[in-house]
Design a protein around this ligand. Structure first.
Ligand code: SF4
Length: 483
């Protein structure tokens, strides 16, 4: 099956032509389908469609076919059901983050697009799949003239009262850092970790079950950070909740005064401490961004039901310029911006050449003017850790030269911090970069040193939020949906 699937991508041009011929045929058959009744022809057509598309594309009959939009590679073969890929975990050889033995379906799709005359990577995001339409015929939907749902893009965003947004909008080079929630129900365990962040960062990202491991929730920790006077960026993934749960959490977060939301697809459950958990992935990072944007800008749920008070949120996403297919990454950023991303934070940067060429493409397209780009950095403790990161964390790219430098150092831990400082200084000089995002799990104590030695703050000291920040927002939840 996999071989036939690969053959189909290699011959995407042929399949795309067949699909183009199919459309008028189905439209011509419309009166016949109507005469028989769509409900009556649904089953036999779906059986034929499933057999043919199953054979050539491993089709799972999601009901809204995206084959022709993705170089004839079916996105539903993605283990995380990403309909707006690729995710940031694509391996160096193009292999899937979750199933390394198969190529990422989006890498295959990108290759397929090259085989289709005149085809381009769509810059508008695809809508999420509909569980109600699973197993039904896309061909009949094509015959009815309702082939794919229109991409959902809301009105342009207006400023929120996010402190991070204010800093970035002022053109200040921003510093954010990642916070790992504790395995505890005691708020003291959160507060105890905060000393290293105070006065060093403009905002703190709170991870949401990172690596698919269970910890205190990002919503709970973000609310505690607000209490402590910090600006939280609440990460929210699609792995553990469907669109009903996610939208509820978005409203809850906004009601608590959280103003920054980082929308992620999330790591696969198979890599975490609960590999038997059922992954959800009802939405992906882009449809999550679209959902949050619709709630904020259109004052409604994804279902269309009106909100009484809208969530005032500065919306962000993740980006990975360091994973293949490199040429596709700036296009994917454009798509993420169309979905609603106002800022992105990237995977660790250890390769300045790759970043430079990515940013050149970003500047050519003017994407840095539409979205603030913060580059991920972090200290590596040893050559062994670097090798582990490179082989075990999909999407992390570390050049051999950097590993050799760590290997030759008398104090590898200090060398790792020196490399991080140099990286921050070099990144700061790249036009279009709006800030850095420090990821130092279990090395939080070095954040003040990294910030000081790199001079990244240029003498400024990010202040605590006003004591009323979270409370003020929480006491005025009924903001006009018309804003
Ligand atoms: S690498 Fe990511 S996007 Fe690609 S198939 Fe695997 S999980 Fe899906």
């Amino acid at each position: 099956m996999l071989a036939l699937r690969r053959w189909s991508v290699r011959n995407a041009g042929l399949h795309a032509r067949a699909y183009r011929l199919l459309q008028p045929v189905l439209e011509a058959l419309r009166p016949l389908f109507r005469a028989f009744g769509y409900a009556r022809v649904e089953k036999p057509v779906a059986v034929i469609e499933a057999a043919l598309k199953g054979l050539f594309f491993d089709c799972s009959m999601c009901g809204y076919c995206l084959l022709s939009a993705n170089g004839m590679a079916c996105p539903m073969n993605c283990p995380k059901s990403v309909r707006n890929g690729p995710c940031g975990g694509v391996r160096a050889d193009g292999g899937c983050e979750v199933k390394p033995e198969m190529q990422c379906v989006w890498v295959e799709g990108w290759r397929g697009i090259q085989h289709i005359k005149g085809a381009t990577f769509p810059l508008l995001p695809n809508a999420p799949a509909s569980a109600r339409n699973a197993g039904t015929s896309s061909w009949l939907r094509m015959a009815r003239g309702e082939h794919t749902p229109p991409p959902i893009c809301g009105a342009p965003a207006k400023a929120t009262d996010s402190e991070l947004e204010r800093v970035l909008a002022a053109g200040t080079f921003a510093v954010t850092a990642e916070f790992s929630p504790p395995d505890s129900a005691d708020p003291a365990d959160v507060f105890a970790q905060l000393a290293h962040f105070r006065g060093q960062v403009d905002a703190i990202n709170v991870t949401d079950g990172s690596g698919a491991n269970c910890h205190m929730s990002s919503l709970g920790v973000s609310a505690l950070l607000l209490q402590a006077g910090f600006e939280p960026v609440m990460q929210i993934t699609c792995r553990d909740r469907n669109r009903i749960g996610i939208q509820g959490d978005i409203l809850g977060a906004a009601a608590l005064g959280i103003r920054n939301l980082l929308c992620l697809t999330g790591d696969s459950t198979v890599v975490g401490d609960h590999p038997d958990a059922k992954p959800v992935f009802d939405l992906d990072s882009m449809s999550l961004l679209q959902t949050a944007r619709i709630m904020r800008d259109e004052g409604r749920f994804l279902s269309g039901r009106k909100l009484n008070g809208v969530p005032r949120l500065y919306l962000g996403g993740a980006d990975n310029p360091f994973a293949p297919p490199f040429e596709m990454r700036p296009l994917r950023l454009a798509r993420k911006i169309a979905a609603g991303a106002q800022f992105v934070q990237t995977q660790y940067c250890f390769d300045l050449d790759l970043l430079e060429s990515y940013m050149a493409r970003v500047r050519d397209e003017g994407l840095h003017e539409r979205c603030r780009i913060l580059i991920g950095v972090g200290p590596i403790a040893s050559a062994k850790t670097a090798r582990w990161l490179r082989s075990k964390v999909p999407g992390v790219h570390i050049p051999d030269a950097l590993i050799a430098r760590l290997e030759g150092a008398t104090d590898p831990r200090a060398e790792g911090r020196r490399i991080c400082v140099e990286m921050i200084q070099a990144i700061r000089r790249i036009r279009g970069v709006a800030g850095v995002h420090i990821m130092a799990p279990r090395q939080d104590q070095f954040i003040p040193e990294l910030v000081r030695d790199s001079g990244v703050l240029g003498g400024r000291r990010p202040g605590p939020l006003p004591a009323t920040a979270g409370k003020a927002a929480a006491s005025s939840p009924t903001l006009s949906p018309e804003r």
